[in-house]
Every structure is written in C-alpha cells, then in structure tokens.
Ligand binder design. Structure first.
Ligand code: MN3
Length: 248
C-alpha cells in the first residue's frame, strides 16, 4: 500500500511537471498509462495459469523424492495440467489474467476438463513450493499453537494427516486446511479436487497438500505409500506453511 501511494505521488508529480509543456491528448495518454502503475501486486498466495519454475533442482529432495520422479512429475504430469487448464480456459472464456482461485471457487460451472486440470495445476504449484531440501524447518510458534489447539499436539496432527493420506483410496490428496471459521482440519480429496472448489465436501484454504497419486512415488516406493508419506515430513518446508497460515 505504501509503495503504491508513493508510486501514485511520483506519477502525479511527473505529470504535473510536464503537463504545461504538452498537448492535452498526450497528457491523457500519459494518465492512462500511469493508471497501470496502480495495479495491485499479485499476492504470492494467488495462483496463475502458467507453470512456475521448480524452486530447486530435480535431485534436491533426494533421497525422499528421487530425481527421476521429480523430473517426470514436474515436466510431464504437472506441465500437462497447466497446458490443459489453459486450453480449457480458452474454450470456456475464462480470463487467465485473473487468479486461478476464481475458477476453483465456481468449478461446478465449468467442464470436467477444467475441474481436473485447474485442480491439478493449483495442487502441484502448491506442492512444489511447500517442499525443501532443508530438513530442519519447524512450525512457527503461531501455527504450532493453532495445531495444538485443533489436534492436541503436532504428533497427533501428523498422525491424522498420515491416516488421511494413507486411506485415500485410489488417487487424490491429503490436506491441512484452514476453514472459514478459522479452524484447522485434516481432509482428503479424490483425483485433483481441492478444498477451494465449491464442490468440495470440506472447504477451506489449503496450508499443506500431499499428492498421493502413484505417479508421485511409485518409481521409488512402489506400493509403499506409507514410506513415501513418512519421507514427506522430512522435506516439508514449515516456513512456507507458516507463511500461508499468516496470509489468511
Ligand atoms: Mn502429481
């Protein structure tokens, strides 16, 4: 806000300074151009339609996530969701300059292709950002307080989340969400659905999302989903989770 006020001031000063020297139509054009300076900076917690660069190397999360899985998961599976959600957006007249969250909140109005790929793209963008090679991060004090209030302890939260991830039949995701009444809860969703969708059984803002599709772990863990989930806790970036929590 401070920055935009400052920009506004600079913009107006510049215009005031040159206004006497130029013809009005030109001044009008400058004012119009100047107005784009006031566009709000997109929140880092909003998602666009393009796939963002992976924030680490493919081998960065070894041995928890192996290099080949990371490469295929990011470059093939996740890239396809981004490509396909843009195709669906074009076909269904969705403005891709707006956040993807706008579509998710009304997903029941769109096609199955939109539901699968808008969800898939959002979920993976969240997934990459919340992982880190740093295995020493811990929940922030504020988040830990909220987790303890909701689940009794951090261990009990991890247990419930692990159960949700383990028992999600077939493909889907396990989530820690902050609901509209500011309560934390653990849920899971099928396929590429997520808790921002209007069709979700339990709705809220996702703080943690774990991909339990076989493509996320099968090359290394085969049928041992529980081992993959145990490894996930080591590479979960609690700093990112805390930032998401603070953003709400
Ligand atoms: Mn996946």
């Amino acid at each position: 806000m401070k920055q935009s006020t400052r920009r506004n001031f600079i913009g107006q000063s510049a215009i005031a300074g040159i206004g006497t020297l130029i013809a009005l139509p030109t001044l009008g054009a400058i004012l119009e151009t100047g107005s784009t300076l006031h566009t709000a900076t997109p929140s880092p917690f909003k998602t666009g339609f393009d796939q963002q660069p992976l924030p680490y190397a493919y081998n960065a999360l070894e041995p928890s996530i192996d290099t080949l899985t990371m490469d295929i998961h990011y470059n093939k599976h996740a890239a396809a969701y981004s490509k396909n959600v843009k195709e669906a957006a074009l076909a269904e007249s969705v403005d891709t300059t707006k956040p993807l969250e706008d579509v998710l909140s009304k997903i029941s109005k769109y096609s199955g292709k939109m539901r699968n790929n808008a969800g898939g793209h959002y979920n993976h963008e969240l997934f990459w950002k919340q992982l880190s090679a740093d295995t020493s991060t811990q929940p922030t004090a504020k988040l830990l307080t909220a987790i303890t209030a909701s689940f009794g302890s951090l261990d009990e939260f991890k247990k419930q989340f692990t159960t949700a991830a383990t028992t999600r039949f077939g493909s889907g995701w396990a989530w820690l969400i902050l609901s509209n009444d500011k309560k934390l809860s653990v849920i899971s969703t099928p396929n590429q659905d997520n808790p921002l969708m209007d069709i979700a059984e339990a709705k809220g803002f996702p703080l943690i999302g774990l991909d339990v599709w076989e493509h996320a772990y099968y090359l290394k863990y085969q049928n041992r989903r529980a081992d993959y989930i145990a490894s996930f806790w080591k590479i979960l970036n609690w700093n990112t989770v805390g930032e998401r929590f603070n953003s709400i």
